[in-house]
Ligand binder design. Structure first.
Ligand SMILES: Nc1ncnc2c1ncn2[C@@H]1O[C@H](COP(=O)(O)OP(=O)(O)OP(=O)(O)O)[C@@H](O)[C@H]1O
Ligand SMILES: [Zn+2]
Length: 636
């Protein structure tokens, strides 16, 4: 029992940092405490919500609104009063959690739900040389990976699958699946009516009366009653726009034609009767809901076209009546009841028009919010595996490190698929020193664009510093002298070739983020032209296929499984895995369970909510999980 004893010692001596006290985190904290860990620090930025209570069992109704990290600590101290748990109700990206902070820990354990925070922790762990055990779950799927500097790959060594996306024309003109109708309702119609009016939008906004003018039919006319306005929008998007689309016969040669739907067809009798109703003033406090107003109680019920039409009109009116101040700034949020009602109803009416099966509000919400319902048992299994790997890490037992996948369909009676970890990727810019290559038009692109599009967005740096040779051309962050700040602000607006130290073909840039202690070199390659559709940034990081376009976010960090990470060809086969450098072949047998493997490949394991899985070959981004990020969209 020598190794058991040493495990015990390792556990006792360990000082552990847990990041995230959500679904996985609650299970993890409990398991750590019950396994003998006695010095645990927890960071979580969030407070407890009612929707957490079904699986984050350290929390109770009375804790709603309180810090997750603090309540989790108190709950565990009740059954392990003699251990030390230090909570931080804070963002792990805060500057207090710098490299020195990370250095005090023996191991870091992630129970996060987004790519941004995961990348940040990865970088700090590398800089502090502290091992990281990463994890993620999506419904029945889960995974745990071990990242030890120099021994295994880092979290960013392999690209993560980008979120599922759809060609714009499928969304605007030829939907064939319910998800296409949802994306239309959410990213086009909802955004047009309630979001930023200045954003590009592919909805046809001109009516037949004034198709030559610039008037936008979505603008409410002065003196136009709300009911009249709502009906006009309805008729435009479900009637007129469909008729216009039908006039292009080519489109429908090999497709089923849609039916235009006008309000008079959907609600022949009572369309006008809706006029003049007023909100129940006694219930002024309640969240406005078209469903509640219309007496539709069951979100799992499939509504008729008439009911969907009523919900559509009512929700639109309620936005104007009750939430007018927000109009112009709204971004679809799956937790916004009225927004979900509007999007569900609009998607269903569009689906009816295109002969696509309609769905309940509950199902529509799941699709619109990219929700995969979290499974408490998966979280518990994953938390157990994290502790197992953490103990190996503490003992330095690196021969036995495993990344483990929790599968949806047990194969050969196996629920878990352990895989030997990959070696570090020699061309990973995060954990190796391989320079990146940036193709850019140095005569037209400004420094600001390179910093925003490449250094911050793609490379994930928060407070970058940019050097051209030995000349500092930009620095971010507090503490700059006013003249320095002014100088950098000037540089930002200069094109690369005109910077004080000119950036031209062959120049080497050094970019650095002190907070993340990450430094990398970028070799500049001048290129005159870029394809607007395929290369919308107007610059390309050559060979870079990392988690670039991951708006993924709010909740949707995407972890990759071994195969999908290699050539990004989406063909996840056992061969792909075994061929991966550093990968041992002994798991081929297990990998024959292709059903499991495909499930893993498609489902982007890594968070409690994931992209909608779709089998189209489209690769255009329409989804966006992080409301702070702009919508990504490219035409094919
Ligand atoms: N940057 C961050 N710093 C600290 N904690 C974070 C950060 N990003 C995410 N978290 C925390 O990670 C946890 C992830 O847990 P989980 O996936 O269960 O999400 P959740 O928000 O609790 O649930 P859901 O999103 O399903 O409603 C959350 O508690 C969240 O607050
Ligand atoms: Zn790496």
């Amino acid at each position: 029992m020598a190794s058991a004893a040493s495990s015990e010692e390792a556990v006792k001596a360990a000082k552990v940092l847990m990041v995230g006290a959500g679904g996985i985190g609650c299970e993890l904290l409990k398991t750590l405490a019950l396994s003998g860990f006695s010095d645990i620090h927890i960071i979580d930025l969030d407070t407890i919500e009612v929707s957490n209570l079904n699986r984050q069992f350290l929390f109770r109704q009375s804790h709603v609104g309180q810090s997750k990290a603090k309540v989790a600590r108190d709950a565990v101290l009740k059954f392990r009063p003699n251990i030390n748990i230090t909570p931080y109700h804070a963002n792990v990206k805060d500057s207090q959690f710098n490299v020195d902070f990370f250095k005090q820990f023996s191991v870091v354990l992630n129970g996060l739900d987004n790519l941004d925070a995961r990348r940040h922790v990865n970088r700090l762990c590398l800089a502090a040389e502290v091992p990281l055990v990463e994890s993620g779950t999506t419904g029945f799927l889960g995974q745990v990976t071990v990242h030890v500097k120099g021994k295994t790959e880092c979290y960013e060594c392999q690209p993560k699958p980008v979120p599922k996306s759809y060609p714009v024309c499928t969304i605007t003109s030829t939907p064939s699946k319910f998800v296409h109708c949802i994306v239309w309702a959410k990213d086009l119609l909802f955004a047009k009516l309630f979001g930023d009016k200045n954003q590009d939008n592919d909805l046809n906004v001109h009516s037949k009366d004034d198709s030559s003018s610039k008037t936008d039919v979505f603008e409410r006319n002065v003196d136009e009653g709300l009911e009249q306005y709502a009906q006009r929008v309805y008729d435009h998007v479900f009637g007129y726009n469909i008729e216009t689309a039908l006039s292009n016969e080519e489109t429908w040669k090999n497709r089923r034609k849609p039916n235009p739907i006008y309000i008079r067809d959907a609600l022949p009798e009572d369309a006008v009767q809706q006029n003049g109703r007023s909100w129940d003033h006694k219930n002024e406090e309640q969240e406005p809901s078209a469903m509640v107003f219309l007496g539709l109680r069951n979100p799992q019920e499939i509504w008729s076209l008439a009911d969907n039409s009523r919900v559509f009109l009512e929700a639109l009116k309620l936005f104007f009546e009750k939430r007018e101040k927000e109009i112009g700034n709204l971004i679809f949020d799956k937790d916004d009841q009225l927004a979900v009602e509007f999007v569900a109803a609009a998607a269903n009416i569009r689906a009816s028009s295109f002969g696509i099966p309609v769905h309940s509000l509950f199902e529509a919400k799941g699709v619109a919010g990219n929700i995969v319902h979290a499974v408490a048992t998966t979280n518990a299994i994953i938390a157990g595996l994290i502790v197992i790997e953490a103990i190996k890490v503490l003992k330095g037992d690196y021969q036995n490190y495993r990344m483990t996948y929790c599968l949806e369909h047990p194969a050969r009676k196996m629920l878990l698929m352990p895989v030997e970890p990959f070696e570090p990727n020699k061309s990973c810019y995060v954990c190796s020193e391989t320079p990146l290559v940036l193709e850019v038009n140095t005569k037209t692109s400004k420094l600001r664009e390179v910093i925003e599009k490449v250094i911050k967005n793609k490379l994930g740096m928060n407070l970058p510093l940019v050097m051209v040779g030995a000349t500092l051309v930009f620095e971010d962050g507090d503490g700059l002298e006013p003249d320095e700040a002014a100088n950098y602000a000037l540089n930002l607006e200069k094109v690369l070739a005109e910077l004080p130290a000119p950036v031209v073909n062959g120049t080497k840039l050094t970019v650095e983020d002190f907070q993340q202690e990450l430094k990398c070199s970028i070799n500049i390659k001048h290129r005159d032209e870029f394809d607007e559709e395929k290369e919308p940034d107007g610059m390309v990081l050559v060979g870079w296929s990392g988690p670039v376009d991951q708006q993924v976010t709010s909740n949707g960090d995407k972890r990759s499984v071994p195969s999908s990470s290699s050539a990004d060809d989406g063909d996840g086969t056992a061969e792909d895995i075994s061929a991966k450098p550093g990968m041992k072949r002994k798991l081929n047998e297990i990998l024959e369970a292709k059903e499991n493997f495909d499930a893993l490949k498609k489902s982007d394991v890594g968070s409690s909510s994931a992209q909608v899985v779709d089998d189209d070959d489209d690769d255009l981004v329409m989804f966006d999980e992080d409301p702070k990020q702009g919508k990504k969209k490219r035409l094919q």
